[in-house]
Design a protein around this ligand. Structure first.
Ligand code: NAD
Length: 440
């Protein structure tokens, strides 16, 4: 069932008789409300482009689909799926697909909007999009997961395509799921179309370095920020929430650079060792047991205590809405690097700023993944593949340049790095919109 979340473009102030739809209300709880507040904060810095800002406050398209599959026991189960294209002013939609039991339309809308901002912040030629299915994939067999992925891909098939909208992995999706998505789309269009998704297996047109790219980007901006603020990585204590693709890679790279990873939390528990966890051993433990809980080389910790752990760098790399007004005051880190999308609420942002904690926002810090996704897409189009060294070198250069630009804008305007990133990105998006003009 297509569901359009479009509303008239006119920017009218809300009155009781003309209440805002819930998706335009910044006080509307949840990630989309967080995003709207972030846009409101940047609007005073947009100059004449501010007249276009409403464009950023509504997704261009939001599609809700029913995903019915036959379970292994013969019953039929229905799951709700989404694909949202937030803004396509700068190019085709780009953004991951999340499989999680708590996925909502509001969440996918926010994630698609953050993709618009992120893609513009690192200046890759994409708009923002995101998808999701409300399912706990851990409860499905492999065959059920494949059927779910293929049916979801077919249902959103008319929206996606190598030059229209290109999905990628996100929470609980991986290279195998991208392979099924690519195959399903290819079967439907009658030709192999590797460029329809990124994050594929390397043998199917995937890119070397994509798996680790987001974590490598997190590490790269962390190193840059440490250099600018006088924090030495070899002495730094690091705490990581989420030990999957992003958090696991970031933890490994910081540990390799000599930092001490003192605490890790995932959906199974929290482990702590002030002397430093053996990250490689912890990764092996997670592979065997499915989570960090009961890791022998650490003490267990109550989940809420994680936020007060003595550390220099805190990396939220799980889900959104984790750092809130309830725990921000307890954070002892000098720097927060947002590996996850939307982990900090605007109220918590203000508390951290008040405490002098430097926040490297998601929209720049975790842009390494989409940057290498862009490389993968370019390689698929040209059928010419680069070495891992080339990819990592280009990734690091793009992340360093983008971060330096954002840092400068923050200094010039005396604003946080989040607002600075939004200034850079919103100006690029709205300038593109203005140059293209409104159709018709
Ligand atoms: P993943 O599925 O590989 O890992 C998610 C991790 O979060 C797991 O360790 C899981 O145990 C943990 N987690 C889940 N619920 C939790 C909870 N309630 N408390 C503590 N930990 C919990 O996912 P990922 O790809 O690493 O994505 C993590 C975050 O990074 C998401 O916000 C995602 O949108 C963002 N992100 C991912 C990429 C990418 O390339 N994969 C790119 C940019 C941003």
């Amino acid at each position: 069932m297509p569901h359009t979340a479009q509303a008239p473009i006119a920017s009218t102030a809300p009155t009781a008789a003309h209440a805002l739809p819930s998706y335009l209300d910044p006080n509307h709880l949840g990630p989309w409300g967080t995003y709207l507040q972030q846009v409101d904060r940047v609007t005073p810095y947009l100059g004449s482009l501010a007249r276009w800002v409403e464009t950023l406050k509504r997704p261009k398209r939001a599609l809700i689909v029913d995903v019915p599959i036959e379970m292994d026991d013969g019953t039929i189960a229905h799951f709700e799926g989404y694909r949202v294209q937030h803004n396509l002013s700068r190019g085709p939609g780009k953004g991951g697909v999340r499989f999680h039991q708590d996925v909502t339309l509001s969440e996918v809308m926010a994630l698609s909007a953050w993709m618009s901002i992120k893609n513009a912040a690192v200046n890759v030629p994409y708009g923002g999009a995101k998808g999701g299915v409300r399912v706990d994939p851990r409860k499905l067999s492999r065959a059920e997961l494949e059927r779910l992925t293929r049916r979801y891909t077919s249902e959103i098939g008319f929206l996606i395509g190598p030059s229209k909208d290109i999905p990628a992995p996100d929470v609980n999706t991986n290279a195998q799921i991208m392979a099924w998505m690519m195959d399903t789309y290819s079967m439907n269009v009658g030709a192999t179309a590797t460029g329809v998704v990124t994050g594929k297996p390397v043998d199917l047109g995937g890119s070397l370095g994509r798996n680790e790219a987001t974590g490598r980007g997190v590490f790269t901006v962390g190193v840059e920020a440490a250099r600018l603020t006088g924090l030495t990585i070899p002495d730094a204590r690091v705490a990581v929430q989420g030990f999957g693709n992003v958090g696991g890679t970031a933890a490994k790279l910081f540990a390799q650079a000599g930092a001490r990873v003192v605490a890790v939390q995932d959906h199974t528990g929290t482990v702590h060792n002030a002397a430093g966890l053996d990250v490689t051993a912890l990764q092996r433990h997670v592979q065997h047991t499915g989570g960090v809980a009961s890791f022998a080389g650490a003490d267990a910790m109550a989940p809420d205590e994680f936020w007060g752990v003595a550390c220099d760098i805190l990396i939220p790399a799980a889900l959104e809405g984790q750092i809130t007004r309830d725990n921000a005051d307890r954070i002892r880190a000098k720097m927060v690097i947002e590996g996850a999308n939307g982990p900090t609420t605007p109220e918590a942002d203000d508390i951290l700023q008040g405490k002098g904690v430097l926040v490297l926002p998601d929209v720049i810090a975790n842009a390494g993944g989409v940057t290498v996704s862009y490389f993968e897409w370019v390689q698929d189009f040209s059928s010419f593949f680069w070495t891992e060294d080339e990819i990592n070198a280009r990734l690091v250069r793009i992340m360093q340049d983008a971060f330096a630009g954002v840092w400068q804008v923050a200094q010039e305007n005396k604003v946080t790095l989040r607002t600075a990133t939004f200034i850079v990105a919103c100006k690029r998006i709205l300038h593109a919109r203005e140059m293209r003009g409104l159709y018709p």
